[in-house]
Structures are given as C-alpha cells and as structure tokens.
Design a protein around this ligand. Structure first.
Ligand SMILES: O=C(O)CCC(=O)C(=O)O
Ligand SMILES: [Fe+2]
Length: 356
C-alpha cells in the first residue's frame, strides 16, 4: 500500500485513502492499492477523483434547498416505488430504527427512466434538477476507473464491470440518493442509537459524499461482522470503526454484487450511521450516495460459484424486502430467506428505506 493507507483497525483511524492522480500512468499501482483496500475493509476513500469540489458543494446546496421545502410540498411530489422500478422522487419521512426519522430523496440516473415531474418546480428550488443531473453525469469518471481496476485485479476483462454498470443501458437502474438527517436534541441522544441501521449495500460500489463536519458513519471492518443466527436474522458486530469526512475525498464501499462476482474476495461490509455521542456536532447531516448497480438481468456470480447464481433483479427482490444482507454461500439458507422474506443476517425492517 502507499504511504497514505491507514488500516481500519483502531479508534481514530480511518479506512485507507487511494490517490487516483495520474490514473493512466499509475494504473498498476492504483489497482494494487484498491484491491488491498477492498480485500481488507471494503471501505476506502479516493482523492484526486476528478469531480470538481465546486460541483459537489453546489449539489449539497441545492439539496439543502430541497429539504427545506415545506413538508406539504415535498409530500405532494411523487412517492418512491422501489421494487417496481418506477419513479423515485420524494421519499416521505419514515422510521428506520429506534424511532429516528430519516428523510431521503431518491432519483433515478437517467431522464428516460424517471419523469422530470419527480422534481419540484424550478422556482421552488432553483437549479435543483440541472445541478443534480450535472452531478450524476460526473460520477462515471470515478467509478469507471475504480471498476476497471477491480476487473483487472480479479482477472476479468477490464471493461467487465464498466459494461454492466453503464447507465445508458436500458437494463441499468443505478440510483442517486440524498440522505437528510434532521438536527436532533443533543444530550438526549443515546450514543448507540442508529440513524441508519447496520446494512450492506447491494451495489458493485457505492460512492458516498459526506458534508464537512458530519460524524457518525461507521464501518464494521473486515471480519468483525458475524451472523449469530442467520435463520432468525440476528447479526452481531464486534467493533465499529469511524469513517469520518475527509476533505477532498469520496468514500467508496464495495457492495454485495462485487462481493459475489469476486467470490468473496472483495468485502461488502456492514456500515451504519449512528447518533453522535455527546460533544459531536448536533447539526443536521447530509450525505449523497451514488449506487452503482449492475444490469438487472446479469447473474452476479464469480467463477468459483461461491454464492448462488442469481440475477441482480432477483437479488434485489429479496434484499429490498429488508435493509440488510442476503449473500450467503449456502443455497439452502438463501432459499429459506427468499421463502420467508428473511434477509440473512439481519431482521426485516418493515418500514425501512428499501421497503418504502
Ligand atoms: O449517510 C451516510 O453517510 C451513509 C448512507 C448509507 O449508508 C446508505 O444510504 O446506504
Ligand atoms: Fe449504505
């Protein structure tokens, strides 16, 4: 690893930072660093990623404008229909865990997959739609490079993941999500209360943008997560590691699809957003996630067939019934999870974000 790599192992440390500068010339070195990071913790940061800071700041600003709209305006916008692949617009506030309200705004990648009517009137939040489209259009330059390296590192053709994640493909529904965590009441918070429950992402990779000063994102690194009773859906994490905001960096995490395609070599790790402990900022928190998905019809399975051979669409059907983890090398457990709407390793969160 390069000098910037910090193992995600002790309090105060953070996942490794991989520098994408001079990508073409340094591709071998970057591949090795990304593989190392994704094998050990599944979470890492990239810097010199090419997305202008000015655009990131502008996108945060328009999202603040959106979330400040009166509730009746937001709830009059079209609602999320997750599983039927329909319009994703405003998501009404819902209770995710321990009574904490999370408000999210979901959008599809591309205009031909989402009606523009998902956006509020331009006069209400000037620049919201155009900035968001501009921001989304700047994402492939980051994940194409990261995914090319993973394909190379895993022995796939270099364009293997780039092809399946192409948002122009009619069967690709990669999604951009903005999370808004309202200000809470400070000292009343219980330190171990979550704002987003522990979960893995279903993606190839997720690009996560956090706002300056935002605390609370934590990752269960490496082998920390243990399914104590996967049939019942209980899951235990031994230790959580902070994943703080680092200026100029994007958080990248490996998702379930890449874990499957790598036969478990690359780790899709549990992460959560917990309430700040006393002394941490109590202000509202924003994060923006670009969820890089494969095509719905692609079978997410590696050459060693460590996980059941299923299409991403089928995987999503099971996963979207809860907000947890479904990959299991055990076909029987997987089938049980499907039949019983149990997500392996996690309890079903009936009102969870993905079940909305
Ligand atoms: O808000 C964050 O920092 C993390 C959000 C997240 O993990 C998700 O939306 O999947
Ligand atoms: Fe996540």
């Amino acid at each position: 690893m390069g000098a910037t790599a910090v193992p995600c192992s002790a309090p105060g440390e953070h996942p490794p930072i991989v520098d994408l500068a001079n990508y073409e010339e340094r591709k071998e070195e970057i591949t090795q660093q990304l593989m190392d990071a994704a094998t050990k913790s599944g979470f890492f940061y990239v810097k010199n990623h090419g997305v202008p800071q000015e655009l990131i700041d502008r996108e945060f600003e328009v999202n603040k404008g959106y979330f400040k709209l009166p509730e009746e305006v937001k709830t009059s916008l079209p609602q999320v229909k997750w599983a039927s692949h329909e319009l994703l617009g405003h998501e009404a506030p819902n209770r995710v865990s321990e009574g904490v309200v999370r408000e999210g705004h979901f959008k599809w990648w591309d205009t031909h997959k989402v009606a523009d009517t998902a956006y509020p009137d331009e006069k209400l939040v000037p620049g919201f739609k155009d900035t968001t489209k501009e921001f989304m259009a700047s994402m492939p330059q980051v994940y194409d490079r990261v995914l090319s390296c993973f394909a190379k590192g895993l022995g796939y053709p270099e364009d293997f993941f780039v092809a399946t994640s192409d948002p122009k493909d009619s069967d690709n529904y990669s999604v951009f999500v903005v999370n808004f965590y309202p200000k809470t009441a400070g000292t009343e918070w219980k330190p171990d209360t979550n704002r987003i429950s522990p979960h893995t992402d279903e993606t190839l990779v997720t690009l996560l943008f956090t706002s300056p000063g935002s605390a609370g994102l934590e990752v269960a690194a490496g082998k920390d997560g243990k399914a104590v009773d996967s049939k019942e859906g209980h899951y235990a994490v031994e230790s959580w590691h902070p994943c703080p905001h680092i200026p100029g960096c994007i958080v990248v995490n490996v998702g379930d699809s890449l874990q499957a395609w790598s036969d478990g070599v690359l780790k899709s790790n549990f992460h959560r957003v917990r309430m700040p402990t006393p002394g941490e900022p109590t202000s509202e928190r924003y994060s923006m996630g670009y969820f890089v998905w494969p095509r719905y019809s692609d079978v997410i399975q590696g050459p060693l067939k460590k996980y059941p051979g299923i299409t991403f669409a089928r995987f999503m059907d099971v996963k979207s019934k809860g907000f947890g983890y479904v990959l299991s090398p055990d076909q029987e457990l997987y089938e049980h999870a499907q039949q019983n709407t149990v997500v392996l390793g996690m309890p079903i969160v009936a009102q969870g974000i993905a079940a909305a």
